[in-house]
Design a protein around this ligand. Structure first.
Ligand code: ATP
Length: 378
């Protein structure tokens, strides 16, 4: 098995073994499939690459490339060549859908085959995606799963229902994005939903981009990804006040987990956004209040909840159409060290809904502080 993996990647078996031993590569199993996941970039193989062996055939799924964030919109002028396609940035989780043999599979950003996402994508959008990938079998469709029914980023969107997939790129087998119009034509031909295009402007038209962002911010939406129509230069991402503050609120509920790592990055975004806006005292006070509240309120509520109930949990409402998938989700999460619990299993029509409860480190830290009064950091 190792020989097949290393051969497909063009690295020696000894190196592959060493990468396994050092935990840089992880071997995983999904049903009758064995696959290897690259958890860091090494030897020319990018982080999030998955190498899959199915029915004796080897498939290499390239990673989804990282997108450069900008803090100043002004930099759009320097970065792009002429035209900029402005797409909505949806707040969910990144999924690559690939055809392996005669079935489609959903890979998370890290390169894992997620049993839940695979099941839901097949159920909700299987026909369209399968047709597209059957006719173009070496391509990979990348998109965002949004909506409240998932175990990663539950977020309500009026247009999304419980679980929706919106494609934002089609990758070649080498991991290169197809030009925007070519991608759109393919997705539309097969009826695969795609992210909204909010505008196509000259890179000099920053006013137009600012207008789009103002509207997104007002509607509480995440932001934009700006792309060269032909991918001659890499895309850029930029998020709204609403997203930065919303992230903090969500993150600070578990302030020893996500919260602490969110704070400085979001603050930096706000500092430069206010600077570029030329914000006056009143505007600064408005944002400062929102920022402060998003940092303190969820964290304080967590302390009170730990005191009253002994712990806080992250809870995710999921829906499946096949009972066996529940066990697969549990096994998958457990293998990634998340040790979840399943509660409130209920039938609803042809589906089963249940809650996945994940333990959080924040509970232990807060319990310890409440007991001893000692600070865990100086
Ligand atoms: P990165 O992916 O840039 O390394 P990250 O994993 O922290 O960073 P984000 O900062 O949320 O993710 O931004 C990038 C992600 O945004 C993409 O990986 C993708 O999942 C998501 N996304 C949402 N909408 C789009 C879009 N229209 N085009 C590209 N990506 C999008």
């Amino acid at each position: 098995m190792k020989a097949e993996f290393s051969q497909a990647l063009g690295i020696s078996e000894e190196i592959f073994t060493e990468l396994l031993e050092r935990g840089i590569v992880r071997l995983m199993r999904y049903r009758n499939i064995e696959y290897a996941v690259f958890r860091k970039s090494t030897h020319g193989v990018g982080e999030g690459t998955a190498v899959v062996i199915k029915d004796g055939k080897v498939y290499v799924i390239p990673p989804y490339p990282s997108i450069q964030r900008i803090l100043l919109l002004e930099s759009v002028r320097k970065h792009f060549i002429d035209t900029v396609v402005i797409e909505e940035k949806l707040d969910g989780y990144n999924v690559r859908v690939a055809m392996l043999g005669n079935e489609i599979f959903a890979f998370t950003r890290g390169g894992f085959i997620c049993p839940y996402t695979t099941h839901r994508i097949r159920h909700d959008l299987g026909r369209e995606l399968r047709q597209l990938l059957e006719d173009n079998d070496s391509l990979i469709v990348a998109g965002e799963v949004i909506g409240p029914e998932n175990p990663y980023v539950p977020h309500e969107y009026p247009e999304a229902g419980g679980f929706s997939f919106f494609a934002f790129d089609i990758l070649s087998p080498e991991g290169k994005q197809l030009p925007v119009d070519e991608r759109n034509t393919l997705l539309d031909k097969y009826g695969v939903p795609r992210v909204r295009e909010l505008g196509r402007v000259s890179k000099e038209e920053l006013r137009e981009i600012r207008g789009i962002l103002k509207e997104l911010d007002r509607d509480g939406r995440e932001g934009v990804v700006m792309k060269d129509p032909l991918y001659r230069v890499p895309p850029l991402k930029y998020t709204t006040h609403a997203a930065n503050i919303g992230d903090l609120s969500v993150g600070m509920r578990f302030f020893f987990d996500e919260g602490r790592s969110y704070i400085f990055s979001r603050l930096l975004r706000e500092i430069f956004m206010l600077y570029e806006e030329g914000a006056g005292d009143e505007r600064i006070r408005e944002i400062a209040e929102k920022l402060g509240m998003s940092l303190l309120v969820p964290a304080l509520n967590t302390v009170r909840e730990v005191e009253a109930k002994g712990a806080v949990f992250a809870e995710y409402r999921l829906r499946v159409y096949d009972e066996r998938v529940i066990e697969e989700i549990l096994d998958f999460m457990q293998s990634l060290g998340m040790g979840p619990e399943i509660i409130n299993v209920k039938r609803e029509g042809d589906s089963i809904i249940f809650v996945l409860k994940k333990m959080k480190r924040t509970s232990d830290e807060v319990r310890h502080i409440l007991k001893t009064g000692y600070a865990p950091i100086d």
